[in-house]
Design a protein around this ligand. Structure first.
Ligand SMILES: C[S@@+](CC[C@H](N)C(=O)[O-])C[C@H]1O[C@@H](n2cnc3c(N)ncnc32)[C@H](O)[C@@H]1O
Length: 400
């Protein structure tokens, strides 16, 4: 397990995929993510990817972009590829794009999570069934711990012809069988009926002794179930105006149960950073990532209000660099898929458009000239990246 290559209280503005990729492996104790929930048109392309930018719109269609990401998944995670592909066949491009966006990020989250770590994925019935399948593949079915149902009440329209949708789902997985779980801080008061039953058991024994245990009450409260009914949907003072903000009370349960003081908590879709605020309250280290600049503003406000923290938050936009590893950028097949997408199918040397299979990962700008850029070329450039047979890593041999 490694230390994080970022400091406590960091908020990144940017696409979490790139930032996650730069984070040290096995450096995070707990991940909570609350991504966009469904596959409506906003999420038709991978969120925050370059495809969303104008530069790509002329030449890149949604399906081209999918091909690049799907290729990456197909190479590294064939089972995951099948799940995403099947969802696409059944429900079309939007679902496939959404799941593809999630799949590549979940792979990175698994990598940054410590072997003792846990991950909680917050979603709702729009996509929870697909996301659970992805999680089963990425973290293994044996990693599945709970499907937590957070119930809240909501006004239903009188003319509605179905039940009111009033719960979210939180998928809880552990990376290995050594996960942290603290039940005492999240115990809840017993229902009156349980208290009465327990009293009944005592009197039926005719003494003050507890019965066989089935009705024995724990003085710290009852062992919690996988459903939550006591935390209302966010209103009132805590609400910052951020539409998808989650209650602190909900995050508190997750953080207290699945981390210890000093542990590292990461929220890669942090929004107004409820998880970060709660981590700060409970003396955990934390980092948050969000595409929107607004997230930084909001978290600064919230931490100032809650914790009197002024200027202690680090705001970053750069991509961290994993310590001691070359392989992330230099792994040929992964890099090739990404570059093929980013370069819009063109050779970075002669700018000619080529079929994917004719591309090679190459090093175009010599390091001696301040380079370090890896790009995909046809044969117009001298290939100067070589792959070590022993380690499988790519390295730069000489300048062009
Ligand atoms: C449902 S909200 C999170 C709300 C948060 N849990 C809270 O309590 O405020 C999802 C957030 O993910 C962010 N987001 C979406 N795609 C992202 C990406 N690729 N990288 C980073 N953030 C992203 C959105 O900007 C949005 O703020």
């Amino acid at each position: 397990m490694a230390a994080p290559n970022w400091v406590n209280r960091t908020i990144w503005t940017g696409d979490n995929l790139h930032i996650l990729r730069g984070m040290n492996s096995e450096s995070v104790d707990l991940i909570y993510l609350d991504p966009p929930f469904n596959s409506n048109r906003n999420y038709a392309a991978p969120i925050g990817s370059k495809a969303a930018g104008a530069a790509f719109k002329d030449t890149w269609t949604l399906s081209d972009l999918d091909v690049a990401w799907m290729g990456l998944i197909a190479d590294t995670e064939p089972a995951l590829y099948r799940v995403v592909e099947t969802a696409g066949l059944a429900h079309g491009k939007h679902t496939q794009s959404y799941l593809c966006m999630m799949a590549v990020r979940l792979i990175e989250m698994r990598r940054v999570l410590k072997s003792t770590g846990s991950i909680y994925l917050h979603c709702d019935p729009t996509a929870s069934h697909y996301l659970k399948t992805l999680m089963d593949v990425v973290f293994g079915r044996s990693g599945f711990r709970n499907e937590i149902v957070w119930c809240y009440s909501r006004m239903a329209g009188n003319r509605q012809r179905q039940l009111s949708r009033a719960h979210d789902t939180i998928l809880f997985y552990a990376k290995t069988d050594q996960w942290t779980f603290n039940v005492d801080p999240i115990r809840l008061p017993y229902a009156e009926s349980s208290r009465n039953r327990s009293g009944y058991a005592k009197s039926s024994l005719g003494s003050g002794r507890p019965s066989s245990g089935i009705c024995e009450l724990n003085p710290n409260g009852k062992f919690p179930e996988d459903w939550i009914t006591h935390i209302p949907f966010l209103r009132g003072k805590e609400y910052t105006g951020f539409k998808t903000q989650k209650p602190l009370a909900l995050l508190e349960r997750i953080i207290l149960a699945s981390s210890n003081e000093g542990d590292v908590v990461l929220d890669p879709f942090c929004g107004c950073a409820t998880a970060c605020v709660s981590a700060e309250t409970h003396l955990r280290q934390w980092a948050g990532i969000d595409l929107s600049e607004k997230a930084v503003e909001l978290v600064e406000h919230r931490l100032r209000d809650h914790h009197g923290l002024f200027g202690d938050i680090i705001h970053r936009k750069d991509i961290p660099k994993q310590e001691g590893v070359l392989d992330v950028m230099y792994k040929n097949r992964e890099t090739k898929h990404i570059l093929f997408g980013e370069q819009e199918g063109q050779c970075n040397g002669c700018k000619y458009s080529f079929d994917y299979r004719h591309f090679e990962v190459d090093h175009v700008v010599p390091q001696s000239k301040g380079g370090g850029v890896i790009s995909a070329t046809c044969n117009c450039y001298v290939v100067i990246a070589t792959r070590s047979r022993a380690t499988g890593l790519w390295s730069i041999l000489s300048p062009v």
